[in-house]
Design a protein around this ligand. Structure first.
Ligand code: SF4
Length: 392
């Protein structure tokens, strides 16, 4: 069981390592091994934050979990997701596994050849293409500028060697079949085949686009076979019952049919006002703080553009806002309002001012009540529109 399998647990070699492990999954679950808690964290963070990285530290080597727990947490997370049996949850989970994996791939590819070593195993583009049977379908683009051409590789699964010229080229050609399978016109007009340079049955893509297509391949691999039925006699479902119930509660708490759809900062709950004021003082928000704020703003019906404008004079950068709000506003059926008051209290974000945890269980509900009770509500968006009109 090596660190690379733990880092990329959807690889075929990782699956073999799990199959060959001395301990069985039912035994691990029955013993409530660390891999079980890590699996819960994996799914929870996927559903709430779009990542499966451990909160205890970025991979590799910094996670509180060892390589075995990391690796085994993946099949257990798949079991948890299967038990949740929710289409949107499966999609979120697969997307988060893929996003996290590709973040690691990008870091691996940036690792200087000389720094590649057995102690920091890295994956190269060749390895990734081979993993998804794309080795023959993707080639460096011969028309790319001289000096940036080379093998598609940048290392091996063992990470001991760099590949070919050592630097990856900027452009590639991918056979049209795999291109159509891995990309979607929904990603934007530039992905439509009619807008692509097509020659000899292959489509030209940039390196960033190739990585986006590979992310789709990872996502499809993770989603494959989910949800699956568990053998009734192994007792896994029973042993995971409370963790599944917690995750299910989390999901249902996060499904709101109708956001208030009015932006009245004066009526925001104190937790959110505090976060906004902190960001306005140019202080950095922690990941949990920024997620809570973004989820609240999206939850009250703001678009990513509106959130960017609303946070223009704060420490939050537009790119980060867009990434987070677009994840939160996806159109795949699940909306993600902010965590509950209880969770925010655990993160130190809520100080339960005026004991209003008694009033609502989460900031959105609290805000909804305040909006409903207010005599007059001024929508921040109206003021923005009139000032924009005044500028014309
Ligand atoms: S009780 Fe809830 S709404 Fe009120 S400040 Fe705390 S987290 Fe925010």
């Amino acid at each position: 069981m090596d660190a690379l399998d733990a880092k990329y647990p959807f690889f075929a070699s990782a699956r073999e390592a799990v199959a060959g492990a001395a301990v069985s999954l039912p035994e691990l679950v029955a013993a409530d091994a660390p891999a079980v808690e890590r699996a819960r964290e994996r799914v929870e963070r996927a559903l709430l934050e779009g990542t499966v990285a451990s909160e205890s530290g970025a991979f590799p080597g910094e996670s509180a979990y060892d390589a075995q727990a990391e690796l085994l947490s993946y099949p257990i997370a798949r079991i948890l997701v299967s038990l949740l049996d929710s289409g949107p949850a499966i999609e979120k989970y697969a997307a988060a596994e893929a996003a996290t994996a590709m973040e690691r791939v990008r870091r691996d590819l940036e690792t200087d050849d000389e720094l590649r070593s057995v102690s920091t195993p890295t994956v190269g583009l060749d390895d990734l293409l081979a993993e998804f049977d794309l080795a023959d379908a993707v080639r460096p683009d011969a028309t790319a500028p001289a000096g940036v051409r080379g093998g598609a590789g940048g290392g091996t699964a063992g990470g001991a060697t760099g590949g070919g010229a050592g630097r990856d080229p900027d452009g590639y050609r991918i056979d049209v079949g795999p291109y159509l399978r891995l990309t979607s016109p929904e990603w934007g007009d530039s992905w439509r085949l009619v807008n692509r340079a097509l020659a000899d049955g292959a489509v030209r893509v940039s390196r960033a686009e190739l990585l986006a297509a590979l992310e789709a391949a990872v996502e499809a691999r993770v989603a494959e076979g989910l949800p699956f039925e568990l053998a009734a006699d192994e007792g896994i479902a029973e042993a995971l019952e409370s963790r599944v119930a917690d995750l299910r509660r989390l999901l249902s708490e996060r499904t709101y049919a109708e956001p208030p759809d009015v932006v009245a900062p004066a009526l925001f709950p104190p937790c959110m006002t505090n976060l906004i004021e902190k960001a306005e003082r140019d202080a950095a928000l922690s990941a949990a703080e920024s997620f809570a704020l973004m989820a609240f703003l999206v939850g009250i019906g703001m678009t990513p553009d509106e959130v960017v404008a609303f946070c223009a004079d704060t420490s939050l950068d537009a790119e980060g806002i867009r990434y987070q709000t677009e994840f939160l506003t996806d159109d795949r059926g699940t909306q993600y309002p902010p965590p509950t008051c209880e969770t925010l209290a655990n993160y130190g974000i809520c100080h339960n001012e005026d004991d209003h945890m008694q009033v609502a269980a989460d900031p959105l509900s609290y805000y909804e009540k305040r909006v409903a009770a207010a005599d007059e509500v001024t929508d921040w968006r109206d003021g923005r529109e009139s000032s924009e009109a005044g500028e014309d």
